[in-house]
Design a binder for this molecule. Structure first.
Ligand SMILES: CC(C)(COP(=O)(O)OP(=O)(O)OC[C@H]1O[C@@H](n2cnc3c(N)ncnc32)[C@H](O)[C@@H]1OP(=O)(O)O)[C@@H](O)C(=O)NCCC(=O)NCCS
Length: 276
């Protein structure tokens, strides 16, 4: 599998090279800041694979007085062992953060320090439990993810790979929401219901969509591929592909400005001829 980095930083790493690069960065970080040695050893250098490091981090962060680290570690180890797509998704998410977030200079930052990435991997674990029919354990992981990271994603929601949740305060994604591949979203995004519908009531976000901070997308509406939703918008109607919407309630204000807004993180509002 070739996990080419697509953005400006373009590490061009394949699957195993991601883990090698992480370990190199970890060794260098310990040299630079010996006081973080124990954390970096336990979090990265002690492990034989990215999956091992992720399982450790998941169990360490989400354990509580009600649930031991050991039980969560066993769940995560089993999930990564039996469902290799979880490790593939984590790698794609990691490269998404590295490529798109200008504040990310090393791969170890999301693994050790960024709660958006860690919360997304916790959601993936909850979704895996949900698919196994272990719904109450999935709800437990959802609750702890919300308590620890401020990210509340229903375990039944379906989220693609190569997704970045930047900053990740106050993210809510409802039960029947779907999020495509290569989506980027910033903090305080809600993919929720209007409160007027039952059943399938949450948004369906296409591939490559960029959702700005504080945007609320409400109802069972489609957001087309490679569109952009401006910060603070309240989106109540379908969004065409490759368009930018803004405002409360949101309306189309122009084209998306580039073919892949979620990857370039192009946040310039182009008020073009489509302005309505
Ligand atoms: C306000 C709300 C209850 C709908 O009320 P409603 O009276 O049925 O409103 P309608 O859907 O018929 O819309 C009426 C008008 O208000 C606008 N509108 C609806 N909700 C709006 C909102 N949240 N912000 C701004 N305008 C809104 C609609 O665009 C519409 O405008 P128009 O007449 O110019 O087309 C609903 O949209 C809402 O905001 N629910 C809360 C959802 C929420 O918090 N979800 C999070 C779940 S995690």
């Amino acid at each position: 599998m070739n996990m080419q980095s697509s953005g400006n930083k373009n590490l061009g790493l394949d699957r195993d090279a991601i883990w090698s690069q992480l370990r190199d960065e970890a060794r260098s970080a310990v040299q630079d800041e010996p006081l973080l040695g124990a954390l970096i050893h336990a979090g990265l250098l002690h492990h034989h694979s990215l999956e091992g490091a992720l399982a450790y981090r998941f169990s360490l962060k989400l354990a509580s007085g009600e649930m031991s680290e050991q039980i969560l570690r066993e769940i995560a180890d089993q999930a990564y062992r039996t469902s290799p797509e979880l490790g593939d998704a984590a790698r794609a998410d990691l490269m998404a953060v590295y490529d798109r977030d200008p504040a990310t200079h090393r791969l170890l930052q999301p693994i050790l320090f960024f709660k958006g990435f860690q919360a997304l991997q916790a959601y993936r674990m909850a979704h895996w439990l949900w698919q196994q029919g272990r719904c109450d354990m999935a709800y437990f992981v959802q609750m702890r993810c919300s308590e620890c990271f401020g990210v509340d994603i229903h375990p039944a929601a379906i989220i693609g790979t190569g997704v970045m949740i930047d900053h990740a305060h106050s993210i809510v994604i409802g039960e029947t929401a779907t999020v495509g591949n290569d989506v980027s979203m910033l903090h305080s995004v809600t993919l929720g219901g209007t409160g007027k519908e039952d059943g399938d009531r949450h948004p369906k976000i296409g591939d490559g969509v960029m959702i700005g901070a504080g945007a609320k997308v409400l109802g069972n509406i489609r957001v087309g591929h490679h569109s952009r939703i401006a910060a603070g918008s309240v989106v109540l109607h379908e969004v065409p592909s490759c368009k930018t919407v803004a405002g409360v309630p949101a309306r189309v204000i122009g084209d998306a400005g580039c073919p892949e807004p979620s990857q370039s993180m192009n946040q310039l509002l182009g008020l073009g001829e489509d302005y309505l």
